[in-house]
Write a protein that binds this ligand. Structure first.
Ligand SMILES: C[S@@+](CC[C@H](N)C(=O)[O-])C[C@H]1O[C@@H](n2cnc3c(N)ncnc32)[C@H](O)[C@@H]1O
Length: 201
């Protein structure tokens, strides 16, 4: 877990990174599982009125398929501003580690390709803003820790068990490797991305 000053410096770097990427992000980002993510979010969302998409970026998923009480939240205002001009979802600038929402405010929290940017308190925050029985749906890619492959679901399962987020379902698929450094790191451990469904107990 980062100290407060480290976390603020990290936020400044993330914001600068996405300020530069934002205009081209929706054209150039990895969209390997976007269609499947949308379908699954839609399925899991049935009967859930209050949905939060965390690290939503320029994604207009909730504008297209979310219920009226949906909220898109991201650290980067530049990414949020890339959403379609006529967005019907509330958009909030906020950090996953300190969500600006009350306890139990949501029935579902979803997030794709954003978890690797967050610090461990984000898992506690997801649990906090979910009502009991509420669900979290995350798309996470295997990452790199100390130069070695890291199986993303292991880290989330570990964080989740400490804060009463129980795994419900999981699906995985191969994730393309776009750069040589990653190809070397993942040479003996195929890199995958995972869709994880968790429930607040
Ligand atoms: C790879 S983009 C994914 C955007 C979107 N989920 C998608 O799939 O198109 C990662 C997003 O996470 C956001 N992000 C990074 N760290 C965050 C944090 N600590 N809290 C909230 N959002 C964060 C970034 O600003 C960025 O918009």
């Amino acid at each position: 877990m980062m100290k407060r000053e480290e976390l603020l410096a990290h936020y400044a770097r993330v914001r600068a990174h996405y300020r530069a990427l934002a205009p081209a992000y929706s054209r150039e980002a990895n969209q390997t599982c976007e269609g499947r993510y949308r379908d699954i979010v839609q399925r899991v969302m049935r009967g859930r009125a209050r949905v939060l998409e965390l690290g939503s970026g320029s994604n207009d998923l909730l504008d297209r398929v979310g219920p009226p009480g949906s909220v898109a939240c991201d650290l980067s205002i530049d990414m949020l501003q890339q959403r379609k001009a006529i967005a019907r979802t509330a958009a909030v600038v906020g950090a996953g580690e300190q969500l600006p929402f009350r306890d139990g405010a949501f029935d579902l929290v979803c997030g794709a390709q954003m978890w690797h940017w967050t610090d461990p308190p984000a898992a506690e925050e997801v649990a906090r803003v979910l009502r009991p029985g509420g669900r979290a749906l995350l798309v996470v890619g295997d990452g790199v820790l100390d130069g070695r492959p890291e199986n993303a679901p292991d880290g989330i399962a570990e964080a989740g068990s400490a804060i009463e987020l129980a795994p419900v379902a999981r699906a995985s698929q191969a994730r393309p490797l776009h750069d040589r450094r990653l190809a070397e790191i993942f040479a003996d451990h195929p890199r995958r991305e995972h869709l994880l469904l968790l429930q607040k107990t």
